[in-house]
Design a protein around this ligand. Structure first.
Ligand SMILES: [Zn+2]
Length: 241
């Protein structure tokens, strides 16, 4: 367990505060949201050149980039709000990417998935949000397609019936595939304040969830995918075959 270091205070400031009054909404996933018009603190959402999500088919480079995790069964706390479905984790789990160790903070979901592939989006994505001890953010995105029921999502759905603040036991390793080859680029949070400097890792291999599970997630969240942002001059590396 190499990831046990406590999360730095700076990290907590970098992630949107839980319970803060929400003054923005996801759009239709196609037309760009204009969150800076709602709140000038969100200026970078519209002015930034390193925003997320993007279309992964724009990758012009391939590479064998994989991450490793020590995800396992743990206690978590459900956080539910308007357009939000999230499980907060205690310290102890994390992800290694290159020479960086990221501590897992929470996993949340979007319906449909935010990153697109040639304009198409999978119906569900899990975003595992991490930070290094120095406060650098790293997200691991896992997209779901319709298929067999997923046991971890079943645990989360059970907790959802009891609502915000429910304690649950969930095995985060059940929500990631064996092959953690990733699309890798530098981007942003996909919700205000759209902070940049986020180390994005979108797993190429998809997971399965049942049609009922996807429908339950979509019913709780509603449309929660930000519009696709320009890749610009950024390097995007796709998994090699
Ligand atoms: Zn997300």
């Amino acid at each position: 367990m190499k990831y046990l270091a406590p999360i730095a205070a700076a990290t907590l400031l970098a992630v949107p505060a839980v319970g803060a009054a929400k003054d923005w909404k996801f759009g239709d996933g196609e037309l760009p949201e204009r969150w800076s018009l709602e709140n000038s603190a969100y200026a970078i959402c519209d002015a930034g050149l390193m925003q997320s999500p993007i279309d992964l088919s724009e990758a012009k480079a391939t590479g064998n980039i994989t991450v490793t995790t020590n995800y396992g069964e743990t206690a978590g706390t459900l956080a539910v709000a308007d357009q939000k479905l999230q499980v907060d984790f205690p310290a102890g789990m994390g992800m290694k990417s290159g020479d960086k160790m990221f501590n897992l903070i929470q996993v949340h979901f979007h319906t449909p998935a935010e990153h697109a592939i040639s304009g198409e989006r999978h119906p569900l994505v899990a975003h595992f949000v991490h930070a290094t001890d120095a406060g650098e953010l790293g997200v691991l995105g896992v997209m779901f397609v319709e298929g067999d029921e997923n046991p971890a999502l079943a645990s989360i759905a059970d907790a959802l019936e009891s609502g915000d603040g429910t304690e649950l036991t969930v095995d985060a390793s059940e929500m990631i595939p064996d092959d953690l080859s990733v699309f890798r680029y530098m981007g942003s949070l996909t919700t205000p304040p759209c902070s940049e400097g986020v180390n994005w890792h979108v797993v190429g291999q998809t997971m399965e969830a049942s049609a009922e599970q996807i429908a339950a997630m979509a019913g709780s969240l509603g449309p929660t995918a930000r519009s696709i942002q320009p890749l610009g001059n950024r390097l995007l590396v796709a998994p090699s075959e």
